[in-house]
Design a protein around this ligand. Structure first.
Ligand SMILES: C[S@@+](CC[C@H](N)C(=O)[O-])C[C@H]1O[C@@H](n2cnc3c(N)ncnc32)[C@H](O)[C@@H]1O
Length: 260
């Protein structure tokens, strides 16, 4: 394992419990509403969560009635997902350590594949390899969901730089994608982009959310909740609109496997 991979293990451990903390509430709601809006038709489907991290999307898919297989390169992340599923009384079909560049499943096994905030951690040739693998394991006409950090979200990139300087995020390179760059990459590897949606337009008032900078707010408690609610409404509207979607921190792309 490289130094970079070890960092993911430490990161997996360090923030797992914080995901359930009060300052994350607004972000959990943002993610849940985003899930409902964007990840449609999941019930009854065979889903592969490639690079599941803490398992938040594995949980969403299971709750939506899908059969889910999930894996991550980091053993600690796999454990974090395992304990999250246990806490929620849910069960995946399988949960294991593995790499998206070498998926241990047969061709055309899944209706849906998630690869969320993973491609940006891979070097260029591995990104292509990962997309080919996901194309291989998807059934004809299957759906791929991608999430990448957005190079146009300059405000978030500043916060991210700060996190890096404070050593609050795993080391190693992250590739910030331009929205049209990830669309082109998907096309080159046999997918047809169908829809896109932004997530996280600006930090909520309950604290500067970047995964690890601890809650920092200068506002009195009684103001935080209404302001956060307002933020959520603003985000839910803005993330659909072209110019605003294009500056959200996360850029989600839904693609269909081309049958060629
Ligand atoms: C930012 S987290 C995203 C987790 C989850 N998909 C989500 O959206 O909440 C990135 C994850 O990618 C995983 N990862 C990095 N390289 C990978 C690879 N080659 N194969 C599978 N997972 C990988 C890391 O271990 C980490 O859990």
């Amino acid at each position: 394992m490289t130094e970079y991979d070890k960092n993911w293990d430490a990161y997996g451990k360090s923030i797992d419990d914080r995901k359930d903390a009060p300052e994350w509430a607004i972000l959990r709601q943002a993610r849940e509403t985003h899930w409902r809006e964007f990840f449609t038709g999941i019930a009854g489907k065979k889903v592969l969560d490639a690079g599941c991290g803490h398992g938040e999307y594995t949980v969403f898919a299971l709750l939506a009635g899908a059969s889910v297989w999930a894996f991550d390169y980091s053993a600690e992340m796999v454990e974090a997902t395992r304990s999250r599923l246990e806490r929620q009384g849910l069960q995946a079909q399988d949960l294991y350590q593995g790499s998206v560049t070498e998926i241990p499943h047969e061709d055309k096994s899944f209706d849906v594949v998630f690869c969320l905030a993973v491609l940006d951690h891979l070097p260029g040739d591995a990104r292509t390899q990962a997309l080919r693998e996901m194309h291989r394991v998807l059934k004809p006409g299957g759906t791929l969901y991608l999430d990448v950090p957005n190079r146009l979200a300059l405000h978030w990139r500043f916060v991210f730089l700060l996190m890096r300087l404070l050593r609050l995020y795993p080391g190693g390179k992250i590739h910030f994608f331009l929205p049209w760059e990830i669309r082109a990459l998907a096309r080159q590897n046999g997918f047809e982009p169908q829809a896109s949606l932004g997530l996280t337009f600006c930090p909520p008032f309950s604290g500067i959310y970047t995964t690890d900078i601890r809650r920092v707010t200068f506002l009195p408690q009684f103001l935080i909740r209404p302001l956060d609610r307002l933020y959520l409404k603003v985000e839910q509207t803005m993330r659909r609109l072209g110019p605003f979607k294009a500056v959200c921190w996360h850029y989600f792309l839904k693609c269909r496997k081309r049958d060629d």
